[in-house]
Design a binder for this molecule. Structure first.
Ligand code: RB5
Length: 149
């Protein structure tokens, strides 16, 4: 189950991502917004992020104008590993090495086709797991828990 969220700038792109997910036979849950009325991205981004860390959803794709605001908001929810991407390479490696669980991008930054390529690559890429990558993720979690490295 993929958690989706956007602000008013990302509505159309979110619909495009839904059609990609349909093509990939992946289910999704839409946490809003669902109108063009100007809104506050932290509300929708945090709702989707909470669904990811609670296990209700496996991963999340969030969209705002730049991908940055909604990504910062989502990253404040403990347990998220957020990647804001404008390219396929970063999205792929964020999954392979960092096991990112939330992808964000900017509806005002990238076009529909690139957004779909990024989302597909990110969804299909497995976490390499084990060894140094898991150790580094564990260190990130330690920081989140207040440990001083
Ligand atoms: C909204 O105008 C814009 O600030 C928002 O979509 C986002 O880009 C913030 O990071």
């Amino acid at each position: 189950m993929i958690a989706l969220a956007c602000d008013h700038t990302g509505l159309e792109l979110k619909e495009e991502i839904k059609s990609l997910l349909d093509e990939m036979h992946l289910e999704y849950k839409d946490f809003g917004t669902n109108t063009h009325e100007s809104c506050d991205y932290p509300i929708y981004g945090s709702r989707a992020a909470r669904a990811v860390v609670s296990g209700e959803c496996d991963r999340g794709i969030l969209i705002c104008g730049t991908g940055v605001g909604i990504g910062i908001a989502a990253s404040k929810v403990k347990g998220t590993r957020v990647c804001t991407c404008s390219d396929v390479y970063t999205a792929t490696l964020s999954k392979r090495h960092n096991n990112s669980n939330i992808l964000t991008f900017g509806a005002r930054v990238i076009g529909v086709d690139l957004a779909k390529m990024i989302a597909r690559a990110w969804l299909e890429e497995p976490f390499e797991g084990g060894g140094r990558h898991q150790r580094r993720i564990d260190l990130i979690t330690a920081i989140e828990n207040g440990e001083v490295l």
